[in-house]
Design a protein around this ligand. Sequence first.
Ligand code: HEC
Length: 221
Amino acid sequence: MDLDIRKPTPQNAQLWMLMSILHFDSFHVFLRTLLMRYLASALILSAACFSSAFIPSNAPTPRTTSRHQDPVVAEKPMSAKDAALGRARKQAKMLDSLYKTAIVIITKNYVNDSKDLAAGDAFQMLFDSMKEQGFHEVRLLDASGEAIDDDNLPQNDYEKAAVKAILAGQEIYEEVVTNDGKQFLKSTTAIPMVMDKCIMCHENYEGKKIIGALGITLEIE
Ligand code: HEC
């Protein structure tokens, strides 16, 4: 049998048709594979981009070996000492408010007679208890010049200076002292004449605005 496919015989025409169909089919398969591959890589690429959008911005950035990095302007970090002083100040402020508010509430609601237990007396007991437990020390100071209990008169240079500054209008008088290798914050604020009831026991408070001071000493830690 003659197998020259170039000859225009009916058999060859059939063969040509078959071959063109076959070729077309394989070309189609080739195209499809190509398309699938591109589609797959496009999918992988977009998935990578999408997930990178969710990586937290504070994730460690890779180190670069470049010597030409922009200078980083870092915020000056607060020293541990400053932070400890800040905490001590905050605590002193809280205690100052707590004691003064409580003294006023008790005087207002429970002290009706000069023979009643004065809030001043009750709180001296509370202050002793705080000192005994090693929490902090509190001084109820006289700034009127005449104290019911002389123990409450300013006793040392710090207390005298604090009362003087407070009578001159200073809101708060502070000092940081070192004792036995430990640092302490001493903070003193004014006690104003808040109600007429005070005069029931402190006659000399009449007409005065600032009559005492509250001094708190606590460790800076
Ligand atoms: C029921 C009487 C009474 C009343 C009311 C009273 N106090 Fe006193 N106060 C005392 C006594 C007693 C002391 C002494 C406490 C002690 O032993 O340290 C004192 C002490 C003080 C001190 C320390 C100086 C000192 O005199 O020894 C101040 C400051 C003070 N009181 C302020 C006030 C204020 C402010 C009020 C009004 C909110 C007030 N007191 C109301 C009885 C009273």
